[in-house]
Design a protein around this ligand. Structure first.
Ligand code: ACM
Length: 749
């Protein structure tokens, strides 16, 4: 018995220490996306200097194409398995795209059932060698992706990139185990693929006379005055598709219809309902002119699809389907007749007819369609896969209808959004999609029940290039968040802190290779919160062990730890800078203006949209104004289609005579000034006296600064009613939808 207990103890102790070692070494393996399981059996190492590889014939292409160019090592192939220090072999029992990687004291063994798995095993090995060194831990890695579809998209309609740059983008996708490249080839702003039967598509449709260079909602809009354009020849397309295929990446072409078709209409005006003339768009957005559902339009599109199918061997053709305004169909006698003739309900029915007719054609050629989630409107085409971009709802609905779904909600997957609210960020379309937000994205919507989850094939990041006009800018916007996304799509065992350690190495490595990857690792987030005593507590977020240098505008400096608070007791300009060892992040500058509202407890009848939640309701009176030029960040709160009715409760009754408001105006983004504004005061939260009522709120620039002044009176409670503009008028961007209302600091004096 004693012996048994002794043996059990030994077993437990060794199991514990092995587990601990496991954990330590596992965390030292810098592979992204994080493998499913890493087991380290002892503390020994295997040193890999010159590769002598034996490769199963099935994986020859994987080895030659991906390993040697990537691994930064010399290598040869050998005939005898016994003399190899790297063996790559077939194991049919491994799941699709999975691999087994064993490093023992004699050699490295990679097993996979398919070329993707073999490539991923080699990629993981390569990352270990490059980032952790040639002394490799003795270990066994078992790995398999969580999702079968792992995509990245690239819009070349707004801006196009050299073939060599697209290949670099594909290399990046392969490095992070993506398996689909969604290539958005046609847009209002440019048609980018050679179609031999319709040469005007690239003679006319591939060029625009100029390009918008500042925010869409800047008035007047700013253009560069330079002709811009280009396209990919069919030979170039074939080259790119082959290059991607060699890296086990399927290219999905997107040919947009019925909307986002202005470049095609400019080339062949008879494709539109009015017959034109049309001009290739010079700015991004939603354009009212779309394909008219004439038989001749379908013949044109079928011809285009015929040529496209020849170039792309994958099973999917993406036909867009998003953002198709119905104005031109409403005004067209032909369309109205067609609606009657086909017994359709309305223009949405016509959109569904359009998509279903194209689906039938594409299915007849042995291919499947993918469409953005608007293809649900008016009835889903029978075999369509849905890309859910306007949130999760489209994906949930399509999965309930038992259709395959690719999740790509703009809240987490749009890499044209800002990735930081630091003032030095280059121009982006809006929004704020940070690295941690991407990392923590749950691909499968929680609302889906177990039976329908299987329809979620995976997810995708979208890179729209409204402002991304060169490859270096593309790297900046996509490459950091692309790593986080790869782990969200691949790994079951997500852990952001653990990811950051590996990410830091990848980021530094890519930087050392000249890649313009964004590095916000040493940036800190400063979260100011108003307290009841009238001061502001600033807490920080950043890497463990960081320090923050806090400076005020009177020459005061103070260093605090990342998990400590900094207290602000007087108005002024404050600067916070994160420091880690010899690394310094970008400074955060905050202008604090303490006022009576910063001491108030605020309640709101409506919640801001999750997409523009900023620092929460308290950000409305924390002494800090948001940006005058953009509505992303912590200070602006966005209410989607709702009013904003607030109650401020002051700690005690005070004399109040003025309230200042800030509202954002960006009608191109569906952001409207409020219809009316009402302030009333009360001592007892029962009887309120109106002190300010306005129904004519105007702005000079993008921000309306409204001052409500009234005779001073004593109040403990302020009721503030901000009424949403309501439904957007016909002919304006977002027509028919309720407007967004953006509210910033409410200053009470
Ligand atoms: C989209 O972003 N319009 C799909």
């Amino acid at each position: 018995m004693k012996n048994l207990i002794y043996l059990l103890l030994v077993f437990l102790v060794s199991a514990c220490s092995n587990n601990r070692r496991d954990a330590i070494i596992k965390d030292n393996i810098s592979v992204i996306p994080r493998p499913l399981s890493v087991k380290v059996s002892n503390n020994d190492f295997f040193e890999l200097n010159t590769v002598k590889a034996w490769v199963d014939g099935k994986y020859n292409s994987v080895f030659t194409d991906t390993l040697l160019y990537a691994i930064d090592l010399n290598g040869i192939k050998v005939e005898q398995k016994d003399s190899a220090n790297l063996v790559i072999e077939v194991d049919e029992s491994i799941k699709p795209e999975g691999y087994y990687l064993e490093i023992n004291d004699k050699r490295i063994i990679i097993k996979a059932a398919d070329a993707s798995g073999a490539q991923y095993g080699l990629t993981s090995l390569k990352q270990m060698v490059v980032l952790d060194g040639k002394k490799l831990p003795i270990c066994k890695i078992q790995d398999v992706p969580k999702f079968a579809y792992r995509g990245m998209h690239l819009d070349v309609g707004r801006h196009l990139f050299a073939v060599s740059d697209i290949k670099k983008y594909i290399d990046y996708l392969a490095e992070y185990k993506y398996n689909h490249f969604h290539w958005h080839l046609t847009e209002d702003q440019g048609w980018r693929i050679e179609i031999k039967k319709y040469p005007k598509l690239t003679e006319i449709g591939a060029y625009r006379k100029e390009t918008l260079i500042a925010n869409l909602y800047m008035e007047p809009q700013k253009f560069d005055g330079k002709r811009y354009g280009g396209f990919y020849t069919q030979e170039e397309v074939k080259d790119i598709v082959r290059y991607a295929g060699d890296r086990n990446i399927t290219v999905i072409p997107e040919i947009e219809m019925p909307g986002h078709a202005l470049a095609a209409l400019a080339s062949y005006p008879s494709l539109g309902c009015t017959g034109g003339p049309y001009e290739v768009a010079t700015k991004w957005g939603v354009v009212a002119d779309v394909y008219c559902p004439y038989d001749s339009t379908f013949m044109f599109l079928e011809d285009v699809i015929d040529e496209v199918i020849e170039l792309f061997p994958g099973k999917y053709i993406h036909i867009g389907g998003d953002e198709c305004p119905k104005d031109s169909w409403k005004a067209s006698a032909f369309c109205q007749n067609l609606i009657k003739q086909l017994n359709l309900k309305d223009e949405h029915g016509l959109q569904s007819y359009f998509i279903q007719r194209m689906e039938k054609y594409i299915n007849s050629k042995g291919k499947q369609i993918i469409g953005w989630d608007e293809i649900l409107e008016g009835g889903l085409a029978p075999n369509a896969t849905v890309m859910s971009w306007r949130g999760n709802e489209g994906g949930i609905e399509a999965a309930k209808q038992k259709h395959d779904v690719i999740m790509t909600p703009e809240s987490h997957c749009y890499f044209d959004y800002y990735q930081s609210d630091n003032e030095s960020e280059p121009l982006a379309i809006g929004g704020l999609t940070t690295l941690d937000k991407v990392y923590n994205w749950e691909v499968i919507p929680a609302e889906l029940d177990r039976r329908n989850k299987k329809y979620i094939l995976g997810g995708q990041a979208n890179l729209w290039t409204e402002y991304i006009n060169n490859y270096s800018y593309l790297e900046y916007m996509a490459f950091s968040r692309g790593m986080a996304m790869s782990e969200a799509l691949w790994s079951d065992a997500k852990n952001y802190k653990n990811f950051l350690k590996r990410y830091e190495k990848h980021n530094n490595y890519l930087k050392s290779k000249g890649v313009n990857i964004a590095n916000h690792l040493y940036d800190i987030k400063a979260n100011p919160t108003a307290t009841a005593d009238g001061s502001i507590d600033v807490t920080f977020e950043g890497l463990d062990g960081m320090k923050v240098l806090c400076s005020d505008d009177k020459g005061g400096n103070m260093m605090v730890k990342i998990d400590e608070k900094y207290k602000i007791k007087s108005s002024g300009k404050y600067t916070f800078t994160g420091i880690k060892g010899d690394k310094t992040g970008r400074s955060v500058r905050i202008n604090i203006e303490l006022h009576k509202g910063t001491t108030a407890k605020i309640t709101s009848e409506q919640q801001p949209s999750e997409k523009y939640f900023g620092g929460g309701i308290n950000a409305l009176a924390n002494g800090i104004e948001g940006s005058d030029v953009k509505y992303s960040g912590n200070e602006w709160l966005g209410f989607e289609g709702t009013d904003c009715n607030l109650l401020f409760e002051l700690p005690q009754s005070d004399s109040i005579g003025q309230v200042d408001f800030r509202f954002f105006k960006g009608e191109g983004q569906w952001i409207y000034l409020p219809k009316s504004l009402n302030v009333s005061l009360s001592e007892d939260n029962k009887t309120f006296n109106d002190v300010f009522v306005s129904d004519s709120i105007v702005a000079d620039g993008k921000v309306a600064k409204i001052r409500a002044s009234f005779p001073k009176s004593a109040a403990k409670y302020l009721k503030i009613q901000i009424t949403n503009h309501g439904v957007i008028a016909e002919g304006r961007p977002g027509a028919g939808h309720k407007a967004w209302l953006f509210v910033d600091e409410i200053k009470v004096e």
